[in-house]
Design a binder for this molecule. Structure first.
Ligand SMILES: Nc1ncnc2c1ncn2[C@@H]1O[C@H](COP(=O)(O)OP(=O)(O)OP(=O)(O)O)[C@@H](O)[C@H]1O
Ligand SMILES: [Mg+2]
Length: 255
């Protein structure tokens, strides 16, 4: 099986500062990749690369064997640690927004049947993330966990194949975090998603992921800290039972 996403000798440099170096990596469809590493290692930069928000200074990124298009494509959705939702829009309108923009770029609003279809799709996705009874609330009226559910619905309503999560649960209480772990595992399975999740929580990385990547520098120059960039220093495949179609013996089959 060829990889969904391939990075080939990718570098990110800002002037003479090297952030990522020699990054080569294949990501299989429907894997759940956890990314850990020290602060400043370049984890968010790595996600921005996959999102297409940032072009590598050198190297190639392929999606399905084709060069990744710059700009966020509908293939990729993203959820950040802090809320990316719009405070002046209701839960339902926040979720419909992405469906409306590509179809009606000039007005940003749909009418008639198209609007009803977008509304139904958004409402179904909100139901799937557990916000089925909160369609008319505004973000300020919701807890942090509910706002992250909304951010996930906003990303998933666009039906991305790859969901990128940048410390999505980092600001949440432990109890709420456990609920969110159950939710993301279910959505990953139900929507056959490929997930790349950055986290500072090692337990979270191992309990959710089918693979854990550690980004860090291999080489340090104490006199010039920016001379070397980070790369994948550990790449651990996991036999994760929570994965798609985990069988009794714990092995994973993805069909
Ligand atoms: N536009 C930019 N110009 C210059 N340097 C940048 C730019 N964006 C990021 N950097 C630098 O790249 C390095 C990696 O940043 P990044 O945000 O990717 O790290 P991170 O691993 O996500 O860190 P954290 O765990 O704190 O979120 C940092 O040293 C940062 O200062
Ligand atoms: Mg970061």
């Amino acid at each position: 099986m060829s990889a969904l996403l391939s990075l080939r000798d990718v570098w990110i440099e800002y002037g003479d500062r090297i952030v990522i170096e020699r990054l080569s990596l294949d990501i299989e469809a429907q894997s759940f990749v956890s990314v850990v590493g020290p602060s400043g290692a370049g984890k968010s930069s790595f996600l921005r690369l996959i999102l297409g928000q940032e072009a590598p200074t050198r190297g190639d990124i392929l999606l399905d064997g084709e060069p990744l298009t710059p700009e966020c494509g509908p293939d990729r959705g993203v959820v950040f640690q802090r809320y990316s939702v719009f405070p002046h829009l209701s839960v339902l309108r926040n979720t419909m927004l992405g469906l409306e923009c590509p179809q009606a770029p000039l007005m940003g609003r749909l009418f008639g049947a198209a609007r009803r279809a977008a509304r139904d799709e958004a409402a179904a996705m909100l139901e799937a993330v557990g916000l089925g009874h909160s369609l008319d609330l505004y973000p300020a009226q919701m807890s942090g966990g509910m706002q992250q559910r909304l951010a996930i619905a906003q990303a998933l309503v666009m039906r991305p194949r790859i969901l990128l999560l940048d410390e999505p649960f980092g600001a949440l209480d432990p109890g709420i975090r456990a609920d969110m772990h159950a939710l993301i595992t279910r959505l990953w399975r139900d929507y056959s998603l490929t997930i790349v999740m950055v986290t500072h929580d090692i337990r979270e990385a191992f309990s959710l992921g089918t693979r854990v990547l550690t980004l860090d520098k291999r080489r340090h120059d104490p006199h010039a800290p920016h001379r070397f960039g980070a790369t994948v220093v550990y790449d651990l495949p996991l036999n994760n039972r929570s994965g798609p179609a985990a069988s009794e013996d714990g092995s994973i089959t993805i069909d």
